[in-house]
Design a protein. Structure first.
Length: 328
């Protein structure tokens, strides 16, 4: 897939009814996937965000309501990732004449490392695309989604927005030009996710990453990324597990997550295939071979966090191959 944007001047085909309103869900995502910093990510079934979008008589975009954000997100459409990315899309198809009202319902924690801003942005873009009857490949929306990420965290990366938009497990092969590859994965792979209620802002988490690395560490990381991708193609869960090791980013970011290595030890002892940080953290995740193991790991880690006076959210999911979907 590339970032070539097709001619969408008239997205709705003749005889195709343009909708007046739409309700869309977009999923959370796990980015980096331990060794794949900024180049790997996958979507999960929960949590996620929802957008309700309505056509209005007055041109322009308004945001009438945001819920679930504790008042942290701006209603100003010039400062919200959803409206900004939608405006970029409308500008590209010469449809700034349209009027839109947006409701954003946050169903996932902000700053969780689960692609909160990406889920919101993708929900908005998928909503306007569907609202206008645009049936082009969803990948055409990626450049607009990345604009939202650039506003949210200062860096327009795609390892959250691509899986949120396309579903499944994705590889960002290149950013210039943008080239996204959807990868296969074992059907029996489950994911246990725990979000500790601690603050790890994405911008700050990026700033502490080493700028210079040793060649031996780079070689180790390349081998692990290649092993993980090979394991996905070969449906080899053992290879996936032993490839998910990070010698570049995790050693630094793990310091921001309470008891990270103890939680990893607990998860692995309970049968996890692998364990790592989701995105920039503080969420952590483990791959397992079955749902029951994923549930037990989630419960155990949450109980441990409770014991050290830290609240948490837990989620259990397979990899979500569907991406965003219309709720109504």
């Amino acid at each position: 897939m590339s970032n070539d944007i097709k001619d969408l001047k008239q997205p709705a085909k003749a005889g195709q009814k343009q909708l007046d309103s739409i309700h869309v869900f977009a999923p959370a995502t796990v980015a980096n996937v331990v060794c794949g910093f900024d180049v790997l990510g996958f979507a999960v079934n929960e949590p996620g965000d929802e957008v309700i979008m309505r056509v209005t008589d007055k041109p322009g975009i308004t945001i009438s309501k945001i819920t679930g954000d504790d008042g942290r997100l701006p209603l100003n459409p010039a400062k919200n990732t959803v409206s900004v990315s939608v405006e970029h899309y409308l500008r590209s198809i010469d449809r700034l004449d349209i009027g839109l009202d947006i409701e954003l319902h946050k169903k996932m924690p902000i700053g969780s490392g689960l692609g909160s801003s990406s889920a919101s942005t993708v929900a908005g873009l998928f909503a306007i695309k569907t609202l206008l009857g645009d049936d082009t490949d969803p990948s055409t929306l990626l450049p607009f989604a990345m604009k939202g990420e650039e506003m949210a965290c200062g860096h327009g990366h795609a390892d959250n927005v691509a899986p949120a938009l396309l579903g499944g497990f994705v590889l960002i092969r290149s950013y210039e030009p943008l080239d996204v590859v959807r990868l296969p994965h074992p059907a029996g792979l489950w994911c246990a996710i725990v979000f500790p209620d601690v603050d790890v802002p994405t911008r700050e988490a990026r700033q502490i990453i080493r700028k210079n690395i040793q060649m031996k560490d780079a070689v180790t990381q390349w081998g692990n990324i290649a092993g993980l991708v090979s394991g996905l193609f070969m449906q080899d869960i053992d290879l996936i597990g032993r490839s998910m090791k990070d010698v570049l980013v995790e050693p630094v970011r793990s310091m921001l997550i309470p008891d990270f290595y103890l939680m990893r030890e607990m998860a692995m002892e309970m049968g996890a295939v692998s364990f790592g940080i989701s995105g920039s953290g503080p969420s952590v995740f483990a791959f397992t071979r079955d749902e029951e193991t994923a549930k037990r790991i989630t419960q155990k880690l949450q109980q441990h966090l409770t014991n050290i006076k830290i609240g948490s959210n837990g989620y259990v999911s397979t990899i979500n191959d569907a991406g965003p979907r219309v709720l109504g």
